[in-house]
Design a protein. Sequence first.
Length: 451
Amino acid sequence: MKKRRTWLKRMAVVMSAAIMLTGLTPMGVNAESVSKEGRTEITVWHMLSGVGEEAFTKIVNDFNASQDQYYVVSEYQGSWYDSFAKFKATPQDALPDIYQIVVECMGYLKDSDYIIPVQKYIDEEGFDVSDMQENIRALYTIDDTLYCMPLSVTMLAVSYNQEALSNAGVDVASIKTIADLDAAAKQVVDAGEAKYGWSILSDGWQIEEYMCLSGDPTFDNNNGRSGRVTSCVMNDNGAADTIFKTFYDYLSQDYNYPPTTTIASSDITTAFLTGDLAMLVGSSQWILKQKSTIESFTLGQVAAPITNEEVTGSFSPGGNSLWMVDKKDEEKQKGAWEFIKYLWQDEVMGYYAAYTGYTPVSTGAYESEVYTEFRKDNPFVEAIWEELQECKPEYVGAVFGSYYDFRNIVMDCFGRMFGDADFGPEDAVEKIIADINDTIELYNEANPEAE
């Protein structure tokens, strides 16, 4: 409990710094009681829960208190799965003015006629986004059009138990490849420092990250960035077979914790947070936001290991962004843009990143005073920032309308190969390609391109 109290105390310092440095109104003061009478109401749907929702609500309240023309209302919509399902089922006139969602949904939103690309307002105002990380801008850009404003970044990382690795004599700096990670895992378990060595959160994002790293596209037409996706090409040069076989060979060892279909990501996360699992490959933000629940060890994070020395690509940033929805109301559009600009102030974005565990989307936010204070207490976030710097714009992830289905198909097949003796890595890759190609065909037929 001492460790938790210490963390909370430090976060209080960070939040106090944010308030002092940016003029943000402290929670519980008058910002949330500002009247919306006579203002244009702007609705935001978001998927932030817990401290993330607290941080976002505070920013909304501060925006409302900072001017008297617009009044933003933020509404939590559940997980991104739930939120996205609701968005697709809602008539356009009942949608929010701003929609926060993960990058996996970009293809669907781009294909819809519901969206106003933020590039329109950037060009009209000459709004300066030069401080945005180039790879993040590339992630959300098609044909020189930035479709949405990046809000949060997460990177594929190894979260680890500092004491377990140190006591076992493992130098975390030596973990560069998956083979290195596995050797460290065995060393930790052999030393009795953990029940399991390492595991990975298995969904489509993690696997696509390793596809980006391979240098090969996952889908045709440059991952959907130079034309509509029509087929999955992840194994045309054998990249997918290599990735799946590598994970299968190492995670099948009895000292590791394979993500079978009967083991949920929450089970793997719990095993790590309670100290049973020494190392976990997954979203940097997913674990960092739960740091306060760790009581038996000190959290550390490093960049995710590469598959092998033969890879030619790089990892891609993940995360989520803010989309402007076309409600056929110019005043609401202006208000939505004003709120997005407010969020893009360095100290506001730095505060948001420090509070939620996400990596900042701009250099200014990373170097902001509030995030600098946060980095002092969490020095390992610098390794994640360095990993982000190494992401090459030409290897950002895929954009297509049925990514949601791809993620679920990969998760099912990846887990099945660890629990079904008759279903190996090559079978998993073959089924993924066949199933997602069927889904892509159905999506394209139901959503023909405009001529």
